[in-house]
Design a protein around this ligand. Sequence first.
Ligand SMILES: [Fe+2]
Length: 301
Amino acid sequence: MDILKGDHTNKIMMKNTEVSLVASGDGTEVIHHKLYKGSRWAMVPEDAWTALEHITILSGELIYNSPSGETLLLPGDSVSACPVDEHAIFLAKTEVEFLYVTSQPQFHYYSNAVKDMMELAIQVEQKDGYTAEHCDRIKEFAMMVGEKMGLASDEKYILNLAAFLHDIGKVKVPREILNKPGKLTDSEFELMKKHTTWGKETLEKTGLVDLIKAGEIIEQHHERYDGKGYPSHLKADEIRIEAAIITVVDAFDAMTTDRVYRKGMDIDDAFAELNACKGTMFHPKVVDTFISLRSKVEERR
Ligand SMILES: [Fe+2]
């Protein structure tokens, strides 16, 4: 018998989440998760995936959102599926710990890939002159809007990934261009525009279905409602709603954040600017929804 005490060796620390592989063998993994209050976790159907997946709550309170409704899970409660056939999103109402058991190993395969991408996204935002909070705020704001607009669980799951990773393609854009205080030259701007497609390609290379889907959203995060955006000049409802949400919250965060070369705008002015560009740059319903969440947005900043 293996006895594992305290500090688990196979531990992955991500922002708001700690994940430890506590036991594995014969194709089964037992993974301990600790989620901080407000963070999310998901069980999602995958092609050719036949595994049993099971969670048991150890401490804290976890809200379980599935297409059939919302349930509050308390210590001792559990959820099982074999295989997972619908998207389930879990939201930590308090700090929560649970054991996750799966009969097909995925811990290293999936967690490491997602973790690597998240670390890369954080490096990129720092290279871009933001603090490490930027990706987190974009993700939180995007999820607030997605929830209020009634996106389906699977759409919210991909939105969550895409929002955090939206600028990952900037890893290939030179630092001097990212941090250039003045206007970019035409050739510099052409290069900058490629970060949308580069982001999609970076996620495609992981070979992971969820990250590939997130990449499709990321490629569209600079499209404009009036069709004057890039890279594909998509317009209105040709643009995926998840991308339209990221566009609005990213613009808001960019306007209100202090950068090396300029002070951030105040919140009133930023909301006025979103309103002024409603229907041209931005999806009108997304802007209205975001503005309706103003008090929550201010709380989060
Ligand atoms: Fe971007």
